[in-house]
Design a protein around this ligand. Sequence first.
Ligand code: PLP
Length: 443
Amino acid sequence: MTGTISSTDLFSRAQQVIPSGVNSPVRAFGSVGGTPPFLTSAKGALLHDADGNEYVDLVGSWGPMILGHAHDAVVEAVREAAGRGLSFGAPQPGEVSLAEEVVHRIRPVEQLRLVNSGTEATMSALRVARAATGRDVIVKFAGCYHGHVDALLAEAGSGVATFAMPGSAGVTAATARDTVVLPYGDRAAVQALFAERGSEIAAIITEAAPANMGVVTPPEQDGIGFNRFLSETAHAAGALLISDEVLTGFRASAEGYYGIDGPGAAGVTGADWAPDLMTFGKVIGGGLPVGAFGGREDLMGLLAPAGPVYQAGTLSGNPLATAAGLATLAGLDAAAYEILGSASRTLQQLVADALTTAGVPHTIQRAGTLFSVFFREEPVLGYQDAKAQDTEAFTRFFHAMLEGGVYLPPSAFEAWFVSTAHTPEVLDRIASVLPAAAAAAAR
Ligand code: PLP
């Protein structure tokens, strides 16, 4: 025991004063059962809990910890920034540098505004899209999660999927009416909706590659990727495309998923296209609360104070957060993406081998370095497929992995996250636990 208070005691105390004992639903282990370990420290690919256990981490704080935990350069940058002041509520140099980094790295982003979470980023992007078009309707896809924005909770992924919720109570009928939910990847459904209601639609919002119902690779048809199809369909009707790269940004590839299916990417031919607005979070904050939305300069110019779209934040562009984000992006060079790609591929192979040997039906899907494991044989093309997996097999697998010292996302609907700290030795530790976990899943 390193701490004097166990996770069990902390969880029961937490439940007295915090709803369900957690500040974000999936953390409660509601769908897999059991007490969540309360984490006390982390370094590299390893986590430590209040009970003295060590785990190999495959959650990475749901994406931000792409260089591993407590990375020396990131911690030093935050420490140095903290010594200069925690928050100014006024312009500071770090926010300029972070915005420049994103604008330089992500082609469609001409201007960027920093916020404090991915939720704020998508919420603000919707507002800009509605203002720009003078229209109300937003199109989203079932199983895509864009944060807990009222208008975007219908048939959302992530925790909404984990707990099999249709959406959320507390969202007004008027708000829900302005959101149309379509099956992911269904071009005919998109075309039919635009044929009928095209002139009412402000924007389509999509995860650049869905990762919150597990990872779904955007489908190609006749050499045209799904995102390009969405961009062309939206534009033909005077609507916008918002590409949510909160999760995929700076992770799926150096240029996010746009670096994989955008013009100029390896193997991509044909027309130039770009989302009008993009949203980011997670990696660009390096573990501190940061989100961002950006895109075409004419659209971003609609924001106050120059334009009529109000959007603001007491802590937006916070100096500690921008220091962490900048240090993280500085660590993400070509060599870092090589390591991430290799760790991701090795882990996929190890998991596939273990599950195949144990006779567990599964399919592994990827979007660049991002991947997830579905406990069903057939490919997962959308939310209905994702929901049709054997979540009980996942639960047995999850607990066996945890017992063996590997911390997976506590839900069958989430991506698995590696970092540059997932060295071959760390992957060996995971490999040693996989046979027992696969056998547990097979029971
Ligand atoms: N968009 C996507 C694609 C996400 O994966 C998430 C969070 O997981 C969000 C938006 C919301 O981000 P946040 O949790 O920072 O509000």
